[in-house]
Design a binder for this molecule. Sequence first.
Ligand code: GN1
Ligand code: MG
Length: 368
Amino acid sequence: MRTARSALDFFLPGRRVSELVPVAGGNVNDSLYVRLSSGRRYILQKLNPSVFAQPEQVIANLSMVTDYCDREKSKQQQCLIRLPRLIRSPAGRTAFIDPIGHYWRLLTWIEETCTMATINFEEQGRAIGRLLGCFHHLLRDLPVGKLYDPLPGFHHTPTYLHRYDQVVGSRSEGVFSGARERRCAAFIDEYRDRAGILEQHRRSLSASIIHGDPKVGNFLFDAGGEQAVSLIDLDTIMPGLLLHDLGDCLRSCCNPAGEEVDSPERIVFDRSLFAAVMAGYCEKALDLLGKTDRDLLIDAVFLISFELGIRFFTDYLAGNSYFKVERPEQNLQRALVQFYLAASIDNQRRVLDLLWQQSIMAADTSCR
Ligand code: GN1
Ligand code: MG
């Protein structure tokens, strides 16, 4: 907390702080809620150095995107997105570097909003889909080359698989211990042939600037909880595929049980929420999706769940150095949730395909 105080003093020298408390929920960075005695509120964040090797690039990307959105206000007429802004120190700096080299930044607090870790109602799914569509539209003319790629290969599933194989190969114990580890390994073996599906079609998929982490908790709703009004956590904004974002958003929205579940085998991918999110997205951004994007949407949702499962399981096997944990087996449990989710998507493949075709037709009709 002492370093957090120093960071605050760097950005807002001499201000009286009345509250400084950790915010739960992030798997990677440390976030603190700040309230000054004047009533103004902020979010103070320490970037995780084991994840972001070049934190200055993450901060530069955020600045580039919010400046761009400010300049392109006219594009937001149809759909306003409130984004967090970086606070500068009196000397104009956007990062405080603490004595051990960690980067801290201060962000504006988005007032009169609330977050949700999971959603249960179709209207919420639709609202999220709409906002993601607006976000993709808003950024589509920002040249991809203007942004740094803070995490190269972030959604390159074959690389995650390769790293998993390396970690397994280097374990002196050799075999997996316990039913849950064996279950994860079996899922990976069952689905490993599908890891390259997006990479194989990369050239015919729509490339864009993506959010990189559009999970439910990163959408802010208005105070009534009805409209999604803001998208936060802009650390993973990077060049990518629209299907990466759609896959990630859907694997999160359509899992009403959430990512931390005691009985992962009960996880079911909720197809009504799927239809709702995609209906919302199509309202705003169906035009961004080409034929191959449309054909591979369900594969993408499956893939991003599977990929996240591999990431959690590999981190568990390698000693939990990437995703923060409160207990050593937490990443194992999180991995199982994603694998069962992937299996549920796979089991419902035909219905999901049908629902997706219906969403496309409904959106096409309403555009005519
Ligand atoms: C991480 O830290 P957080 O919760 O914003 C991860 C995402 C995962 C997510 C799963 C940089 O995001 O890729 O989808 O956990 N972020 C990074 O909850 O790896
Ligand atoms: Mg994130």
